[in-house]
Design a protein around this ligand. Structure first.
Ligand code: NDP
Length: 442
């Protein structure tokens, strides 16, 4: 059943999320990244909506060609080049891996080759920038708004296709979730793991390829634009490139682990993931770099070091917390966390077919500090990205506001699910670890 609050939020997002993305990108293009000035212009009658719209670059043949080539290239890397990185990188888990058991009892196989796709793409990018010169490294920035229209076309097309597919030719009918509410189903998805053929998995591809591989390229394109405009790249831009680069590389290094996260394990594939991965992620997660093209902030060395430390400590907490849970679950608790045997609560749950299963919830290490300390680390890193931009405008701070809402909502959503799954055992766990994000506060 869909409650009225979920429905209202979904309708709000369906109507306004594309406008929010447009507003942010337009305000950089036309108002030097001021979020207030367009509003003042509109409210005072200085400008009409049509004036702003008419100044907005339209879809171009060049952007459509770049985007088509980009997605086709990522598909090619995803589908046709089996992973070779795991053969020579010690500790890296790649190649064919299994996902978690779905509610219908299916275990999907995935070809984990994202790191390889990222490396090949970036080697080609640098080879072009320094040697071949087929295109300018500012190409992404220079076509940013026309590319936005292409990303929207793909985002809507893939979400609509996923919806139609779930009715007429689902990959696994037993893993479909129909609520009967059209908007909810469109947004949150019906099929759990839609696939075409044996290997083209919508969730893994759209979550983990065109948008996330592009993330670091987009930042590099912004750095190249700064170089072109001002003859130098600022330390703030370098910080954004380095900190977000670490986050993206971490994602690919741990792609096999990612198969066990909420996005892949619990979310169905709809507009939220389809459009979100194509549009929301590449456009709004990269706002700091975009802002720095218009406002080339040069940080005092002490501030730059402080921000770097915040970002690195945040990353360390994020990675170690995720690693502790992964190790604990993989070894079924037979491991050492901070040099000691982990403490945990034994719990049980029933699957849809009525079978009883057992699981464990860790209560030591970072998981003893708070129930979602991995999110806390993520938020510290997110704040560091924003701080690189100084305090002149609010636009770059959108990311930390959004991540705080996203991860707090995720906490609540996940805990609701865990409570339904584990019942009284979950209550024992929340009594043992009473805080969600910040020990002693929340
Ligand atoms: P988690 O990795 O925290 O996974 C939550 C699940 O872990 C629960 O549903 C439960 O699953 C299990 N679990 C909960 N508590 C314990 C415990 N004490 N011991 C063992 N298992 C436990 O959440 P996510 O998948 O959301 O996040 C993964 C990472 O991805 C996070 O670091 C997050 O910050 C990041 N992320 C980043 C986003 C971005 O846009 N940048 C978006 C979303 C996430 P079970 O049913 O198996 O018990």
């Amino acid at each position: 059943e869909v409650d009225w609050f979920s429905l209202a939020s979904i309708l709000f997002l369906l109507m306004f999320a594309p406008l929010i993305v447009y507003y942010f990108i337009m305000s950089c293009d036309q108002y030097q990244c001021s979020l207030i000035d367009p509003l003042i212009d509109l409210l005072t009658g200085n400008k009409h909506l049509s004036d702003i719209w008419n100044k907005t670059p339209t879809l171009t043949y060049r952007a459509a060609s770049i985007y088509t080539l980009w997605v086709a290239f990522q598909m090619l890397l995803y589908l046709f080049i089996p992973d070779f990185c795991h053969k020579f990188l010690p500790g890296y888990v790649g190649g064919v891996q299994e996902g978690a058991v779905t509610p219908a009892g299916v275990v999907n196989k995935y070809e984990i080759n994202g790191l390889q796709a990222w490396i090949i793409t970036h080697v080609l990018w640098f080879a072009n920038a320094y040697y071949f010169h087929w295109f300018s490294p500012t190409i992404i920035f220079d076509n940013w708004i026309p590319l936005l229209w292409c990303a929207n076309v793909l985002g809507y097309a893939v979400s609509t296709f996923a919806m139609i597919k779930s009715y007429f030719f689902p990959t696994n009918a037993e893993d479909c979730k129909f609520t009967g509410n059209f908007f909810y189903d469109y947004m949150m998805g019906i099929e759990f793991n839609p696939r075409i053929g044996k290997w083209f998995d919508f969730k893994l591809f759209f979550n983990g390829r065109p948008g996330i591989v592009a993330w670091t390229l987009i930042n590099l394109s912004y750095a190249a634009k700064q170089q072109e405009l001002y003859g130098q790249v600022t330390n703030s831009m370098i910080l954004v490139n380095v900190l977000q680069g670490i986050y993206v590389l971490d994602f690919f290094w741990n792609e096999a682990w990612y198969l066990k996260t909420i996005d892949i394990c619990h979310d169905h594939f709809g507009w939220y993931l389809g459009w979100g991965d194509c549009v929301w992620l590449p456009y709004l997660y990269t706002l700091q770099g975009l802002y720095l093209v218009y406002h080339p902030v040069q940080l005092y060395t002490a501030n730059a070091i402080g921000i770097l430390m915040l970002g690195l400590i945040g990353y360390y907490i994020f990675r170690m917390t995720n690693h502790q849970k992964d190790l604990f679950r993989r070894t079924n608790g037979n491991c050492k966390i901070w040099g000691k045997k982990p403490e945990y609560i034994e719990c049980s749950y029933m699957s849809v077919d009525g079978s009883k299963y057992y699981s464990k919830l860790m209560t030591s290490g970072f998981w003893g500090w708070a129930r979602h300390f991995n999110y806390t680390g993520d938020l510290m890193g997110s704040l560091a990205y924003c701080l690189t931009c100084g305090f002149e405008h609010i636009l770059p701070y959108f990311y930390i506001v959004y991540m705080t809402i996203l991860l707090t909502h995720r906490c609540i959503r996940d805990e609701h699910r865990c409570f339904s799954k584990y019942g009284k055992d979950w209550k024992r766990y929340t009594a043992a670890v009473p805080y969600r994000l910040i020990p002693g506060i929340f």
